[in-house]
Design a protein around this ligand. Sequence first.
Ligand code: F6P
Length: 513
Amino acid sequence: MNAAQVAAEWARVFTLGKARGKIAELFEGDRSRAQRMSRRACGMLYDFSKTALTEESFAALIDLAEAADVTAARDAMFAGEKINTTEGRAVLHTALRAGPDAVIEVDGVDVMPEVRATLARMADFAREVRAGEFTDVVNIGIGGSDLGPAMASLALAPYSDGPRLHFVSNIDGAHIHDVLKGLNAATTLVLVASKTFTTIETMTNAETARRWMAKSVAEPAAHFVAISSAEDKAAAFGIPAGRVFGFEDWVGGRYSVWGPIGLSLMLAIGPEDFAMFLAGAAEMDAHFAQAPLTDNLPVIHALVGLWHHQVCGYKTRAVLPYDQRLSRLPAYLQQLEMESNGKRVSKTGEALSFGSGPIVWGEPGTNGQHAFYQLLHQGTQIVPAEFLVAMQGHEAELAHHHALLVANCFAQSQALMLGRDHDQPQRVFEGNRPSVTMAYEKLTPLMLGRIIALYEHRVFVEGAILGINSFDQFGVELGKALAMALQPLLEGAEAEIDSSTAQLVAFYRESLT
Ligand code: F6P
């Protein structure tokens, strides 16, 4: 990467950003804009025409991506180079979904035989469980060890024909209490999912589940499975090696749904549909690796993101799936995007000269329309929106619902862009509010795999252009350490701490007496 050239390309993009016109006006007299500013790939129509990007500013962003050597960074990731430099690790979630002939080396060793062997073990185990007596599966994990399978199992509910899934993540005892309350221990399987097998929430919940199980089951260990990179720690917890599904440190927590962390999903939908989920992601990987930058969905998605946040200065990004079953997608993307790119220094430790990742949030449509869309349409902040919508639902008998859902989705992007004049100021919609729409036929396992991989690679491209290491997460450490230090104070220990926190501790202690 040539830093001076990157800076020059940024400067050009910023100049074009300042001079940007009204989105609706870009359509005037230009009947082909929608087609030119859209791409069709991987089963998706990706329409970014309702943004203020022009041919010129889009070309400038592509030049920026080229100057930042995105393609070299991408190739290094796929090749297993240690691009997570702060932790000295490769970044190879893509290996978990690579085809049967792939050869990917880390430190000169092909990792694929192990990946394939683990996937085969997962599939054997899933077939056994799906044919057996377990009626319920509880996945205990948090962050990347929860959000991926929780999001995907809801998204793929129509494909679910295995045991019922439940997810426990929060340290709040209410969570595990409410989940276990309705379950029969004798027919429940517990998956303890933790890359490190040290996360306090997961280990505390796992202990509670073990005690619950031991009360009614003669052989509690037979009801537990561990999913972890720390197989020794799983063994120390008492889970036999045959029930441990391991993975390597080159799978980041928030990128881990494709491997053993996805076991709960595989138990629900079966190994064949899980394979389709992987195939969808692999298709997006191949597209990302091969398509020219100007037609490359993850690259375009990233450039639109950078244009809105860094160039136009819009602080947040709304993810608005018009798909009830994608209701956990915004939460999933919050971890994927904000834990990856919410950084203040570059890979080499220098303060960033502009903002890093935006705040990501959202809710499914049409529910959001009756809650926060008021602000999207008439608030003083502009929030770029990302609409996701399937052209078909799974419920053929409810096709009329689906047509209304789709009409609402399309109408919202139109309203955001066009606005409306009115004599009464309160009824004026300024319009000129950008959005992209990702439309696809149906939310199948294949399509979900494509969508999630699209977002993963978007994060990668944004990080590469910003010069961030998207694969560490040191920002989560301080709060964890302070919580461990504070716990003894809640139990009466003394220590010199700031007066606000001391007051909170005192209030807690008073409330117990
Ligand atoms: O605290 C953040 C984090 O480290 C995430 O990156 C990770 O997904 C989550 O905690 C859970 O970690 P583990 O899988 O090791 O329990």
